[in-house]
Design a protein around this ligand. Structure first.
Ligand code: B3K
Ligand code: ZN
Length: 877
């Protein structure tokens, strides 16, 4: 496989102004007739006279015409995936006829069939599986698409833009013609043909245009559309208000499909969604599910500007649209719910998954320098770290400055395919600032370590704080340079209030947004007029994606936990205190001593449970112990798999024991409502109740079991039912067998609930988890061609069940390798996702590391897709 490099980017020799696609769906194959208007790129002086090179994958070429005449065999040649036509004029038309086999396409890329319905996924390079084309984002064309299929089986025929003509044909066939007035790269092309029901609504834009909103689903799912539709309307209104961006077509369609490689896809005017990111109702969907739908709907909608109107020049610039759009959907979710809770969830995910990626063999910059398979670079680094980089710009420019920058960016580049640098340039130009140093965040990989020390000199009333930043080497980047790091900070006085911050050079920090800007490897800041020893709250709101090392006393952490004016850092203090206590317990476990829980933590938790005046969602978050995966990433290596697990389980039990009465009181206070409402308070109440329920059930006595069983039976919504189900299923109680069978019986007709059922079993801490997972792979509801099912069973086991996956006999690793080898042929993208789990071998002890490497070697010996090959070979390097 070939490595593609950013440094070798060249503008295309040819452009395609218009595309007329005619897609004819037949029982056993589909014919695609593509009519292209091609011309030499005027911006490339050497373009004229060059051969035209189109790419195509797994296509059967039926014929090709240039300017209306059949092209003779000696005028073109096909070499692997490249169709080369020589001696072309500066302007001409091409007619290309190809045949494809969507029903055999299990890669879920290009045109494929999901539960009898035809749909497409073209990003990043799936369009080449539909027809020969200049499949690159800097070639933007106007598309007209005619879709033709048997009418009875496929009454709904959709593509991008507006429907302009439809009609019936002989043999029970019909067609619809769609016209997209906006030019776009082919990765935004979409087509759907199926027997679907539709839910409709309308949105009036700020300039008074009416937009028809349509949600296409299977008839069985019509009762699960309301939340997505509401979320869409809220997203449209929000983007007008916060970014001044209006929707641009007369129709916005969303189609739900069950077989989908990721969450959703922002195709122009025709989003295609994984059912899991669009369908929701109280009975079948948890609060977390509702949140996910809201944020993915928003994310894809926001792409209409950040991605579609302004797109990427090449795939190295992916974070231009993804990092920015994730930042936008995070801002939206914060505005719709609790800002602090959203921030906590986002940071948790960043620290658990992205930090791990950034310290392993797949570590890459937000703007990668090279790739073998671009699909492998839809990573948390490009998405989530990319969003953090945009968030830092937002913090540095301020809200209004950022808006000026985004306005200039959209105005300057509308209709263009641009780079990350163009985005930063617009921010600089609109604000008259220099972000030269800041740009390093795009090119330098790895998580910076920020070591902080502080000192209070009482006779000078001075508090000084020193920052030292270092970034460890990553593949291909042995030397690292200092970054521009915004550190939001506060100093708390003895009364818990923020002190006024004035630096020794006289600068007064903005009390609403106090930020220190680090630009050197080591920097000290001195605050004057500090009359008492303060407690520092550093990196408020997690103002930069760094690993912070700052030693603070447990008492200081407890103080921050109850007084910090920054909600995020309040939570973070509680996490840090919890981690300290877990470290005590890990040593006790390793030394085989009895577990002793620091009473400071126990009493802090007791106070949290008792205080009804606190934000109850925050309380729930603070009570939730860091996950084993989070701890694995945070604590020194090699990962102490068993000690982490036993310390964490032990802490849960000790807390449950010591706080049983308080937990029960909260459960009583947060009683289950017969009616389900999805709003901030109701979600908070359910989350607090269910955190407490999980604690109580760690004791697994009769009383706790009865509590869970009655909640399981009486719950009127999936949040409460699943919480009780999980607590029971993960326990050692014999009642669980019956409950597991019962849950499946109740929900066997709801695919997304069955996914939850798989997931709960796959993440059970009990020692029979792997055996169960293997048995469940034979279950009637499991399908190796469904990414949702694979993620729910195999993914959940390997990602969310460390103590069983990392079994010392290596059975977990061998199981995963077997699945990767099988999936490599079925769906390379999903196989490659799964194989990233094995790239973390260096974090484990010798025995485990050797076992993992042996499995990587076994996989590498197979005939691999470029997707899996890239991950496995980099992991073994
Ligand atoms: N842009 C798509 C992701 C495409 C993934 C291709 N392997 C969804 C999104 O980020 O909105
Ligand atoms: Zn996206």
């Amino acid at each position: 496989p070939k490595t593609i490099r950013l440094s070798e980017y060249q503008a295309p020799n040819y452009l395609i102004d218009t595309v007329h696609l005619d897609v004819r769906i037949y029982e056993h194959y589909t014919d695609v007739i593509s009519h292209l208007a091609v011309r030499a790129n005027p911006d490339v002086p050497t373009a004229s006279g060059q051969p035209l090179e189109l790419v195509g994958v797994e296509l059967e070429l039926l014929g090709i015409e240039q300017d209306g005449a059949t092209l003779a065999l000696d005028h073109f040649r096909i070499d692997g995936e490249v169709l080369t036509i020589k001696d072309v004029p500066d302007q001409f038309t091409l007619l290309i006829m190809t045949r494809i086999h969507p029903k055999q396409n299990t890669s879920l890329e290009g045109l494929y069939v999901s539960k009898g319905m035809y749909c497409t996924q073209c990003e990043a390079e799936g369009f080449r599986k539909i027809t020969y084309y200049l499949d690159r984002p800097d070639v933007m064309s106007r598309f007209t698409t005619r879709v033709e299929a048997p009418k009875q089986a496929y009454p709904v025929l959709l593509s991008n833009g507006n429907p302009v003509e439809r009609g019936d044909l002989d043999d029970g066939r019909h067609y619809v013609i769609w016209e997209d007035p906006f030019k776009k790269p082919c990765y935004l092309f979409a087509l759907v043909a199926g027997d679907l029901s539709v839910v409709e609504d309308h949105f009036t834009t700020s300039s008074g245009r009416d937009v028809l909103l349509q949600l296409y689903v299977e008839p069985h799912d019509l009762d699960k559309c309301e939340h997505a539709m509401d979320s869409l309307k809220r997203s449209m209104a929000w983007d007008e208000e916060v970014y001044g961006r209006e929707y641009d077509l007369d129709i916005y369609m969303i189609v739900a499909v069950s077989h989908f490689n990721m969450g959703a896809m922002e195709n122009k005017g025709l989003n295609i969604f994984n059912t899991s990111c669009v369908l929701a109702n109280a009975k079948t969907t948890t609060d977390m599910g509702f949140q996910r739908v809201e944020s993915v709907i928003a994310h894809e909608y926001f792409h209409n500007w950040s991605g579609n109107r302004v797109t990427c020049r090449d795939w190295f610039q992916l974070s231009l649209k993804e990092g920015f759009t994730v930042f936008r959907d995070q801002q939206f979710s914060a505005d719709m719910g609790s800002e602090t809770v959203n921030r906590i969830d986002d940071v948790n995910m960043l620290k658990t998954v992205q930090f791990a990626e950034d310290s392993g063999p797949m570590s890459h910059p937000v703007r990668p320098d090279s790739y073998i398979e671009i699909n492998n670079f839809y990573t948390t680094t490009v998405y989530e770290k990319g969003a953090e980089v945009v968030r830092m710009i937002h913090r540095l420019m301020g809200k209004d400055g950022f808006r000026k920058g985004s306005d200039l960016y959209f105005e300057r580049h509308d209709g263009q395919a641009v780079t990350c640098d163009d985005f930063v340039q617009a921010m600089e130009d609109a604000n008259g600032v220099d972000l030269t140093l800041f740009r390093r965040w795009y090119s330098q990989a790895g998580t910076p370590h920020l070591k902080v020390t502080s000192e209070y000199v009482s006779d000078q009333n001075q508090f000084s704080i020193t920052f030292e930043q270092t970034t460890l080497p990553t593949p291909g980047q042995p030397e690292k340079l200092p970054l521009h790091i915004p550190v939001a900070i506060g100093l708390l006085g003895a009364d818990g209030k923020d002190l006024a911050l004035q630096l020794s050079d006289g600068t007064v920090l903005d009390p609403l947004n106090p930020v220190l800007e680090l630009k050197q490897a080591k920097q000290t800041f001195r605050f004057n007029g500090i009359k008492e020893q303060p407690v520092a709250s550093v990196l408020r709101g997690f103002s930069a994606p760094v690993k912070l090392f700052y030693e603070q006393e447990r008492a200081e952490l407890a103080f921050l936990m109850s007084h910090d004016s920054d909600g995020f850092n309040r939570w973070n203090a509680s996490q840090r205190l919890t981690v300290e206590v877990l470290l005590d317990l890990m040593s006790a476990y390793q030394e085989q001593k009895p577990l002793y829980v620091d009473s400071l933590l126990l009493e802090s938790f007791r106070a949290l449970l008792a205080d009804e005046s606190l934000d109850q969602a925050m309380v729930a978050k603070m009570l939730e112990l860091p996950t084993e995966q989070f701890l694995a990433e945070l604590l020194p290596k090699p990962v102490q798999v068993d000690a982490i697990h036993h310390a964490r389980e032990g802490l849960k039990r000790e807390l449950a024991c010591g706080l049983r009465q308080e937990l029960q009181q909260v459960i009583n206070r947060c009683h289950m409502d017969p009616e389900y409402h999805y709003n901030v308070d109701a979600v908070a109440k359910r989350s607090l109740r269910n955190v407490c329920l999980a604690y109580v059930m760690t004791l697994a006595d009769d009383e706790a079991t009865e509590l869970c069983l009655s909640q399981y039976r009486e719950a009127g919504n999936m949040t409460d039912q699943l919480a009780a189900f999980r607590a029971l299923a993960h326990s050692e109680r014999s009642e669980k067998t019956q409950v597991i069978a019962d849950f499946y019986q109740q929900w066997s007709s709801e695919a997304l609930v069955v996914d939850q059922w798989f997931m709960v079993q796959a993440s059970s801490p009990q020692p029979d988890a792997l055996d169960n997972v293997q048995a469940l792979m034979q279950h009637e509801a499991f399908e190796m061609t469904s990414p949702n099912k694979i993620r729910a069973l195999i993914g959940a086991f390997c990602n969310n069940n460390p103590v069983n996956f990392h079994r010392l006999d290596g059975a977990g690793y061998a199981f995963l390798a077997d699945q990767i080898i099988a999936l490599n042929n079925i769906n390379p993208q999903v196989a490659s996702r799964m194989s990233t789990i094995l790239t973390r071998w260096a974090n484990y002890d010798r025995v485990r590391a050797d076992l993992i490497k042996a499995q990587l070697t076994r996989i590498k010996a197979e005939k691999l897709s470029p997707d899996v090959y890239e991950i496995v070979s980099k992991a073994l390097n």
